[in-house]
Design a protein around this ligand. Structure first.
Ligand SMILES: [Zn+2]
Length: 497
C-alpha cells in the first residue's frame, strides 16, 4: 500500500481522533479508494474546490481515482504525487467515497459547490455560475473532506444539505456578491503553520486583494508538517516556512516580506507593534496573549483544538472579547498547563509544579506519561532531562513524531481538513473586516467555531463572547494606550439580536 512517507503523523492525527489501532487504520486505508470527479468545463470555483480537495485527500488516503476534464485531471494528479510520491491512482472509486464537483450523476456522492461567499455541500450535483471566490471554494472542499472522513472512519453519512455564508454565517448571504478590490493594508502575519498555510492558499488565489504583509515564523518545513500543511509538497522539506509563504503570494497583488523569526524576535525589546492588523495562528497560548497585548488595531485569529476549529476577530475598543479573553485562564478552553496535564496523563497540580519550576520529569512522571501516550519509557528517553513544556510541545503538539502503538493515545494533532478550514475562515475574516461594505454585513460575534469535526457542521457558527473580567481589555491604561495609538476612529458597533 502506498502510505505517505509522513504516515506516522497521519496515524498520530487519526489515532488521536478515533482511538483506532495502527493495524485497523492501515487496513481501512488499504480498502478505501477516494474519488475526485470533476465535471466538464469546470469554472474557477470548481477548479479550486477540486484542487484543495485533492490536496487534502492526498495527505491521508493512499489510493485515489481522479476523473473528469483531462487537463485539470493531470494537474490534480501531479499535485497529489508531489505530496505523496507513492500515491496510487486507480480508475474508479465507490460513489459514497467520491467527491463530485460540477455536473455528475453519482448517487450518494459528496457534492461541494461555491458561489460568491456561500459554500455548499449536497448529496447531488450542483453547478453554480455565481461569482468566483477562493474562500467559499476552499470551505466547500473542507466540508466535503470532513464528510468523506466521517463516512470512512466514523461510519456516519449525512445527506443533509449544508450551506454556510462566510460573510455572516447564515446560509445565503453574499452568494451573488462580487467584489473587485480589497486593501488589507499593513498586516503582521504570525505563524505559517497548518492554519496559516490554508489562509495563504486562499489569499494567494484572490485576485482582488492587495496589501503589505510581513510573514513571521522562525521554523523550517519538516516531513511531519506534510500531514496537514496545504502549501507543502515533498520537495519543500527543510525550507523556511516564510519563504514558502512568500513564493505562494508572489503571483498575487499582496506584497510580502519574509521574517524567519518568531514574534518576540521580530519586535526589538521595548518596541511596539505599529502594524495595524495582526493575523495570528501560532501553536501556543502565550504568543496569542502577547499578540493582543501589543495592541494592534485589529486582531484576526485562527485556531484548532482537539476536535474543534475556528476563527475570531477582535477590535480592542469594542465591547466584546479581545483575543486575550479567549485565552484567559477562565476563558474558552483549557490553559496550557491543563492541556498538558490532560494529554500526558498527569495530575493538574503536578503538571503546574513541573511547568512553573521547569524541573525535568521524574521517572515516576515519565511512567505516567508513557502509559498515557501508549509508548515505552525507552521511547521517551530523549525527554528525560527536559521540561514539561518541552515534552508537551515536542510530543503532543507534534514537533517530534513518535512511533506509537497504543490505541489510547491522547493526541492533539489536528486533521488536515480541520486546520485548513480554520485557516480559510481566518483569511475570510481578514478580507471582510478590511472592506467597509463587507464588514457591515459581517457577523457581530467575535468567534466562529465548529466544536466537533467528527460530527456534521453546526447549524449556528457564531459564538458571542463578552469580555473576561480581569483581562487587559478591561484595563483603563491599556485602553488609553490603544486610543492614543489608533484614535477613536474604531467605533463599537451596536449588537444585533
Ligand atoms: Zn480581553
Amino acid at each position: 500500500m502506498a502510505l505517505a512517507p509522513f504516515y506516522e503523523r497521519v496515524y498520530g492525527a487519526l489515532g488521536g481522533h478515533l482511538a483506532i489501532s495502527r493495524e485497523s487504520l492501515e487496513s481501512v486505508l488499504g480498502r478505501v479508494t477516494v474519488g475526485i470527479q470533476l465535471g466538464s468545463k469546470p469554472n474557477d470555483n470548481e477548479i479550486w474546490i477540486g484542487s484543495l480537495a485533492t490536496n487534502l485527500v492526498a495527505r491521508i488516503y493512499p489510493k485515489i481515482a481522479i476523473t473528469g476534464d483531462t487537463e485539470v485531471r493531470n494537474e490534480y494528479k501531479a499535485l497529489a504525487k508531489s505530496i505523496n510520491p507513492d500515491i496510487e491512482f486507480v480508475d474508479q472509486a465507490n460513489a459514497t467515497t467520491t467527491i463530485g464537483i460540477g455536473e455528475g450523476n453519482l448517487k450518494d456522492g459528496i457534492y461541494p459547490s461555491a458561489s460568491g461567499w456561500v459554500a455548499k455541500l449536497e448529496g447531488g450535483p450542483r453547478t453554480w455560475n455565481g461569482p468566483k471566490n477562493p474562500y467559499s471554494s476552499g470551505v466547500a472542499a473542507c466540508l466535503a473532506c470532513a464528510e468523506l472522513f466521517r463516512r470512512v472512519f466514523v461510519g456516519s453519512t449525512s445527506n443533509n444539505e449544508v450551506a454556510v455564508s462566510l460573510l455572516n454565517f447564515d446560509k445565503v448571504t453574499g452568494a451573488e456578491n462580487k467584489y473587485s478590490k480589497v486593501d488589507i493594508g499593513d498586516v503582521a502575519f504570525v505563524g505559517i503553520g497548518a492554519v496559516g498555510n490554508a489562509a495563504l492558499w486562499a489569499l494567494s488565489r484572490d485576485g482582488a486583494v492587495q496589501g503589505n504583509v510581513d510573514l513571521i515564523d522562525a521554523e523550517l518545513v519538516e516531513l511531519s508538517n506534510l500531514q496537514r500543511y496545504v502549501l507543502t509538497s515533498n520537495a519543500d522539506i527543510g525550507k523556511p516556512k516564510v519563504d514558502l509563504a512568500k513564493a505562494v503570494l508572489s503571483g498575487s497583488k499582496i506584497k510580502s516580506v519574509p521574517h524567519k523569526l518568531n514574534l518576540e524576535e521580530y519586535l526589538h525589546p521595548g518596541e511596539t507593534l505599529e502594524t495595524p492588523t495582526l493575523v495570528i495562528s501560532v501553536d501556543n497560548v502565550d504568543a496569542r496573549r502577547a499578540g493582543q497585548a501589543l495592541l494592534p488595531k485589529m486582531v484576526i485569529n485562527g485556531w484548532t483544538g482537539e476536535q474543534a476549529l475556528g476563527a475570531s476577530w477582535h477590535v480592542f475598543s469594542r465591547n466584546a472579547a479581545c483575543l486575550a479573553c479567549l485565552y484567559h485562564p477562565h476563558g474558552v478552553g483549557l490553559s496550557a498547563i491543563e492541556q498538558a496535564a490532560k494529554a500526558l496523563g498527569l495530575a493538574v497540580d503536578r503538571a503546574a509544579q513541573l511547568w512553573v519550576t521547569k524541573q525535568p520529569l521524574s521517572s515516576d512522571d515519565l511512567k505516567v506519561v508513557s502509559h498515557a501516550l501508549g509508548v515505552s519509557e525507552h521511547e521517551l528517553a530523549p525527554w528525560k532531562r527536559k521540561s514539561l513544556g518541552d515534552i508537551y510541545t515536542d510530543v503532543v503538539c507534534g514537533a517530534v513524531p513518535l512511533n506509537v502503538k497504543g490505541v489510547s493515545r491522547v493526541e492533539m494533532v489536528p486533521l488536515a481538513h480541520q486546520s485548513a478550514l480554520a485557516g480559510i475562515f481566518m483569511a475570510a475574516e481578514l478580507i471582510k473586516r478590511s472592506h467597509p461594505k463587507l464588514s457591515k454585513i459581517a457577523q457581530d460575534e467575535p468567534l466562529v467555531s465548529w466544536d466537533n469535526i467528527l460530527q456534521p457542521p453546526p447549524a449556528i457558527w457564531g459564538k458571542p463572547r463578552a469580555r473576561e473580567p480581569g483581562c487587559i481589555c478591561g484595563d483603563k491604561d491599556y485602553q488609553n494606550v490603544y486610543k492614543a495609538k489608533w484614535g477613536s476612529a474604531v467605533k463599537p458597533r451596536s449588537r444585533r439580536g
